[in-house]
Write a protein that binds this ligand. Sequence first.
Ligand SMILES: Nc1ncnc2c1ncn2[C@@H]1O[C@H](COP(=O)(O)OP(=O)(O)OP(=O)(O)O)[C@@H](O)[C@H]1O
Length: 248
Amino acid sequence: MPAPDGRKPVVVVDNVHVEYRVHAAGRRAAGTGRTLLSRARGLRTVHALKGVSFTAYENESIGVIGSNGSGKSTLMRTLVGLTPPSQGAVYASSRPNLLGVGAALIPDLSGEKNIMLGGLALGFEKSETDGLRDEIVGCAELEEFIDLPMRTYSSGMQARLKFAIAAAKQHEILIVDEALAVGDQRFRQRSEARIREIRENAGTVFLVSHSMKSILDTCSRVIWINRGELEMDGDPREVVDAYKESRK
Ligand SMILES: Nc1ncnc2c1ncn2[C@@H]1O[C@H](COP(=O)(O)OP(=O)(O)OP(=O)(O)O)[C@@H](O)[C@H]1O
């Protein structure tokens, strides 16, 4: 159903619950050398999301905030289909992409070869990646280093290359999880500008960040996840202020 102002919904999150089942090891009591179970050993359930519902519309840039372990990454993993909901469902008009091609890249290969690999991982043809090569190298500002193995890059340089590869694609629904927290000040500004560009081209962006500045600079709406529940959803300033207030 379109929003009252006619915008198209692109993601509908309907009463999503996620439960992780983890093996708890129990605790070893100090000094006895024997394992005593101070907490139940065996399968334990972590209820990471508890009935989250919201609708994202095209052209929105949605900040996702909340304290450590509140369920932000779990929600994003559910949006892209990596973590199935134990209850509820996610409907999307096209497949949301998680910004990042880290898993596909190989440290022993050059930046150049990794651009090719990353492009393939994002679903580009080889010829398309060839066409984007200069743009990616330029965006990452790694012209002088592009033929060196990626393991010789600093962590900031690696992060820039990953960002540049992932951002070369015009994503319809893009999820950026903390990506802006890496890189130096100047690169952060560039990546924010690129995210704004993606957004302006009718994409929808989710930005998960602990930096309230990045959230306020980039987002048109903010959702606050608190202990697995949607605590607040709305105007960035209001939600960020309420979140900050709750942490005092
Ligand atoms: N793979 C997993 N297996 C078991 N429990 C998990 C798993 N991933 C997350 N959890 C648990 O789910 C809860 C939510 O974690 P999640 O990573 O979604 O939080 P977050 O808000 O992204 O935290 P942070 O800000 O620290 O990145 C936490 O209690 C965490 O321990």
